[in-house]
Each structure stands twice: as structure tokens, then as C-alpha cells.
Design a protein around this ligand. Structure first.
Ligand SMILES: Cc1ncc(COP(=O)(O)O)c(C=O)c1O
Length: 456
């Protein structure tokens, strides 16, 4: 390894230097240091082009190629704006895939993180800490649940829910030789990429290279009440995993009737109902929990993405009857629920659970959906605009990728979903109506790019 490479690895830019470089792309107030790994005498424009291209080239060289990334190197953010290393500004309607609910650099979140980091970051779950217990208390107070298990991601939350479901079945049927150990999942579902969560994820393309995954999962049509009820009645099912609103799958919402039928069938069969609210939970729909829109409650709910405002966290919320089946040593994690992430989680939850905040999410979501319907409703490529709150999908008759690329080049970040033909919009929940109007304008102006594409 060369010295310049070593320097660049061991001496990353300080945030302050980074900001001064990114926000003043043509006028350095601070001379670049050796860690930039570029020729400091190069003209500014060339310097920046080189820097971005170099980082992308190094990523391709040093990082395992699991991500098809967009060619943007992001370096700072504030509110709903992101900035790349060349100083270009982007309006962020992705929130780090539905994570940064409070936007970037929310002052209360920053205070919670920096104060806690200064005092205590991590001690493991061998000891008690105040922020973990406080966050759990708040989650219980604001939900159907009696207890919380913390972990580090959405996939981990679902892994824990799988284990808890099986343990619940074993301990609630001590005399049965073969208690129900199987699971139901649905078409277009996404529950994560670890072996258990992957087994519950519908896209075959994600599962097949890694088979055998956890056996005993049956995929049924999302929304098809009859087939689900029939299988639940078989007595083989430990738990049904369902997203009240499917995110990755293409922004499909359940109906009240579907969830209610699952609830009733699960109750009759002694089977657990698990809601995966990793993407749709925590205020995104304008309700604190997406299932509140339906008034049908689960036995277990998994959370992750926005809970700590960008720090890695997962949580499994359970009723007392489920918690009663779990004993010391049944599950655990070294990092989970450490004081730093939990203090961040408290700042996020306190803000999002405020009824005025939630009402603003509903109102902005409706405003944006109406705006999109007005501007795009007649567009020949638009099949449907769906979702509610600030989780919105625009289904197209063609691949959404050219549109997403054109938007990015025009300073707007959006995601795809479903089979790649859905534009997924999951902005920070703090986004303003003005920003939404600006986003709609850019989106609409980029639509002509679809006329160069091919039909699905
Ligand atoms: C509904 C749902 N569940 C689980 C996951 C997996 O979460 P993670 O990527 O944090 O493991 C995701 C991620 O997109 C998700 O949308």
C-alpha cells in the first residue's frame, strides 16, 4: 500500500474541513491536505471532478460489490438538503431509505447524540443503562406492546421475531410433540437479508443464490384473505408476517378487512400476528404506527429504520404473553440498545409522537399526492399514485430508473420500488410544503426522459 493511500485511509477529512470544501467548490478557504490524495496544485474544477471520481473508483476497488450505487459522493446535509463533494445540492426525498425522519442534522437529535457520546456510548447488555430503559418505556407507553427487545437493524428485528414466535409456540404447547413452527409471508414482501428474514422475503432473486434458507415459509397473495385464513387454520403456522404498507414491494397498502381477518384467524388458531413496520412505522403514514390507520393490532411489531434518526437500531415490540415465553439467553446482541442509539431514539420518538407533528405528516402527504395527481394524473406513463402520509409510490408503465437518474441530475433524490417501475417517495417527515412543491416541479420536468425508454 502506498504512503498516499495510507494517509488517505488514516486521515479522513474533518467535518468542518469537509463542509468548507463542499460548500465552496471553486474557492478554497482551507488548503486541501495530503489526505485528499489529489494534486493540490490542480485547478479547482479538476480537483473536484478528480475527487469524486477517485472515491467512486476506490469504492469499486476496496468495497465488496453488493451495491449498485448512484454516482454521487455525498458529504454533508442539513434538513432535507444533501450536498455532494463537488458542492452540488440535492433535495432528499429518500431519507436514507426512510431513515432520516427528522432530516439531516436536526438540532435536538444532534444534541442528544453529542451529549450522550460525551458521557457514555456503549457498555453491552451485561449492565443496565438509563437511555435503553427510557426508550423502551416510551415505546410501550405509545403502543399496543408491553415489552421491547432492542437489536441493530430491520433484518435483526425480524430474526428476533421469528425466534420469539417459535419460542412462544413451544412454551405455550408444552405437551405437543410438533408445535407449529411454520410461517406465512406475502407476495411483494421485504423483511431483510439475513437467513431467516430472507426466507420471509418474497423476491426469489434475493433468496435463490443462498438457498437453503430457513424452511417452512409459505408465500401467499398480499390481500388474499381466503388463502391466508385457510392456511392459518391448518394449525402448522407459528406466525404470520405482514407489512401494513409494503415499502420495497411497491407501496401497497393492506385493507382493514385483510388485517382483521388475519387477526381473527390467528386468535382462533393460537398463531401470532407480526407486523413489520420497519419502513412504514414511526410516523411515516401520519399515524405513529401504520396499523393505527386500520385499528387492528399485532402480537409483535418490528421497527428499525427511523427509530434512532440515522444510527443503527432495531426494536421488537411484544405483548406480555409473547414476552413471557422468552428466557435469559434466548436471544441477545452486543451492541443493541446502547446508550448512544437509545438517546438518539428518545429524541426522535419524542418529536414524532407529538400529535401536531403527526397531523403535519398527514397534511403534507395529502398535499403532495394531490399535487402529483394534478400534474401527473394524465401522464400516459403513470398507472397509479398510491400510499398515504409521506410514503408514496408512483407506478409507471416503464422502468423508473431513467426518471430517477434524470431527477438526480436535476438535484432531486428519489428511490425505486417494486419491480423497478415504481418511484418511491419517502422524504424526511420534516419536509416543508415548499420543498414538496419544488420536488414535484423537478419530477414533472424529468418525465419526458421516459419517452426514450421501452415499455414494461
Ligand atoms: C419492511 C422492511 N423490513 C425489513 C427491512 C430490513 O431492514 P434492514 O435493512 O435494516 O435490515 C426493510 C429494509 O428495507 C424493510 O423495508
Amino acid at each position: 500500500m502506498s504512503w498516499s493511500m495510507l494517509l488517505s485511509l488514516s486521515n479522513p477529512l474533518s467535518p468542518a474541513l469537509h463542509r468548507s470544501l463542499t460548500l465552496k467548490p471553486t474557492n478554497y478557504s482551507v488548503a486541501p491536505t495530503a489526505c485528499l490524495n489529489v494534486d493540490v496544485r490542480a485547478p479547482d474544477s479538476l480537483l473536484h471532478e478528480t475527487r469524486s471520481a477517485e472515491i467512486i473508483a476506490d469504492e469499486k476497488k476496496f468495497i465488496v460489490g453488493t451495491y449498485a450505487r448512484a454516482p454521487v459522493v455525498l458529504s454533508s446535509g442539513k434538513g432535507c438538503k444533501l450536498y455532494d463533494v463537488e458542492g452540488r445540492e440535492y433535495l432528499d426525498l429518500t431519507s436514507g431509505i426512510a431513515v432520516n425522519a427528522l432530516g439531516h442534522g436536526d438540532p435536538d437529535w444532534v444534541r442528544a447524540v453529542t451529549l450522550q457520546a460525551d458521557v457514555l456510548t456503549h457498555v453491552s447488555n451485561i449492565y443496565y443503562t438509563v437511555p435503553q430503559v427510557e426508550l423502551a418505556k416510551r415505546l410501550v407507553a405509545g403502543s399496543f406492546a408491553d415489552r421491547v427487545f432492542f437489536c441493530n437493524s430491520g433484518a435483526e428485528a425480524n430474526e428476533a421475531a421469528i425466534k420469539f414466535s417459535r419460542k412462544f409456540q413451544r412454551s405455550s404447547r408444552p405437551d405437543e410433540k410438533d408445535p407449529p413452527m411454520e410461517f406465512i409471508s406475502f407476495t411483494n414482501s421485504f423483511h431483510g437479508r439475513t437467513m431467516g428474514a430472507l426466507a420471509l422475503t418474497s423476491k426469489e432473486h434475493y433468496r435463490s443464490p443462498f438457498e437453503p434458507v430457513m424452511p417452512g415459509v409459505t408465500f401467499l397473495e398480499y390481500g388474499n384473505t381466503q388463502s391466508a385464513v385457510q392456511l392459518i387454520q391448518s394449525g402448522k403456522i407459528a406466525a404470520v408476517f405482514v407489512e401494513p404498507i409494503q415499502g420495497e414491494g411497491g407501496i401497497y397498502s393492506a385493507t382493514k378487512e385483510f388485517l382483521q381477518s388475519l387477526r381473527t384467524a390467528c386468535d382462533n388458531a393460537g398463531c401470532l400476528l407480526v407486523y413489520d413496520e420497519v419502513q412504514c412505522g414511526l410516523g411515516r403514514t401520519g399515524y405513529l404506527w401504520a396499523h393505527e390507520a386500520y385499528g387492528v393490532y399485532p402480537d409483535i411489531m418490528t421497527l428499525a429504520k427511523p427509530l434512532a434518526g440515522g444510527l443503527p437500531i432495531g426494536a421488537v415490540l411484544v405483548t406480555e404473553k409473547v414476552a413471557a415465553a422468552i428466557n435469559f439467553g434466548d436471544h441477545g446482541s452486543t451492541f443493541a440498545g446502547n446508550p448512544l442509539v437509545c438517546n438518539a431514539g428518545i429524541a426522535v420518538l419524542d418529536k414524532i409522537s407529538n400529535p401536531t407533528f403527526l397531523a403535519s405528516v398527514s397534511e403534507k402527504g395529502q398535499y403532495f399526492k394531490d399535487l402529483l395527481a394534478k400534474k401527473l394524473g394524465q401522464n400516459s406513463h403513470v398507472r397509479e399514485i398510491r400510499g398515504f402520509g409521506l410514503i408514496i409510490g408512483i407506478e409507471l408503465d416503464v422502468s423508473a430508473s431513467p426518471l430517477v437518474d434524470a431527477c438526480r441530475e436535476s438535484g432531486l433524490l428519489v428511490l425505486t420500488a417494486g419491480k423497478g417501475n415504481v418511484v418511491r417517495i419517502v422524504p424526511p417527515l420534516v419536509i416543508s410544503k415548499e420543498e414538496l412543491a419544488q420536488a414535484a416541479e423537478i419530477l414533472v420536468s424529468c418525465f419526458p426522459v421516459l419517452d426514450q425508454g421501452t415499455k414494461n
